[in-house]
Design a binder for this molecule. Structure first.
Ligand SMILES: Nc1nc2c(ncn2[C@@H]2O[C@H](COP(=O)(O)OP(=O)(O)OP(=O)(O)O)[C@@H](O)[C@H]2O)c(=O)[nH]1
Ligand SMILES: [Mg+2]
Length: 232
């Protein structure tokens, strides 16, 4: 019998729930400190969440190409292993820090705290306009962990299929922007955009919906206008 509530289930897991809640509360408290630190740098932070390979790093590369001279951009990269994404961003000439989780499927506030400090060391005048945090490729775990960001962008690419908002609701409920990527592939995949958008807006009517193709450049004007509006 469960000792906490007297129910018949021997596997009743109040204690597991309590531990998870206090872990999340500790994460959120640290995330608030991250946010203060980000604001001291003068930056707006964006947490970018998507499945592996949806095009997060490519979106950042193209964004830096177009906006890198106008705004001071910094990037924190999250991956399970390798420095590869950081190397791609470094090649674009902006400060970047690679965080590797060694197996964990998401970034947390403690790791991002280290990332912000490491990034700050690369800034001559300790100032940034935009900080992108590319989360570990995953639509599930990153949705639960607030990192101190001001805006959260959830992205799905055309080849993944339009059912992702309905199947992975939490990432969409907690985001500010829903981005559809790789729209150049629409002629080759069965991806009714209106279905994905309808499902996403049912979950979160406040989502700003955007779409981009890094290959053709379609949709970048709206994306860049949104980024500029955050930095005003
Ligand atoms: N056709 C097409 N391919 C794209 C587009 N954007 C990215 N890709 C390709 O998609 C693949 C994955 O892109 P990445 O930017 O590395 O994806 P990611 O989301 O950063 O991947 P992880 O960091 O591993 O989660 C690469 O081969 C890109 O060239 C696009 O707009 N259109
Ligand atoms: Mg990447």
């Amino acid at each position: 019998m469960c000792e906490d509530c007297g129910c018949a289930s021997p596997s009743h897991n109040h204690k597991v729930v309590d531990v998870n809640q206090s872990l999340l509360a500790a994460n959120d408290a640290l995330a608030e400190k991250n946010r203060e630190h980000i604001e001291e740098l003068g930056a707006v932070a964006i947490n970018l969440i998507s499945s592996p390979g949806s095009g997060k790093t490519t979106l950042l590369e193209k964004t830096i190409e177009r906006l890198g001279k106008e705004l001071r951009i910094g990037v924190i990269e999250g991956d399970i292993e390798t420095e590869r994404d950081a190397e791609r961003i470094r090649a674009k000439g902006v400060p970047v820090v690679q965080l590797t989780t060694g197996g964990a499927c998401h970034l947390d506030a403690a790791l991002v705290h280290k990332g912000i400090h490491a990034l700050e060391h690369q800034l001559d005048d300790k100032k940034l306009d935009l900080l992108f945090i590319e989360n570990v490729g995953n639509l599930v775990c990153p949705a639960t962990f607030y990192l101190g960001e001001h805006q959260r962008v959830v992205m799905i690419s055309v080849p993944e299929g339009p059912d992702k908002p309905a199947k992975y609701p939490r990432a969409f409920i907690g985001s500010d922007v829903f981005m559809i990527s790789k729209t150049d592939l629409l002629p080759y995949f069965d991806f009714p955009s209106e279905m994905a958008i309808k499902d996403a807006l049912l979950l979160n009517p406040k989502l700003k919906v955007m779409s981009v193709s890094a290959t053709t450049g379609d949709g970048f004007d709206s994306w860049l206008a949104y980024l500029r509006s955050l930095c005003r």
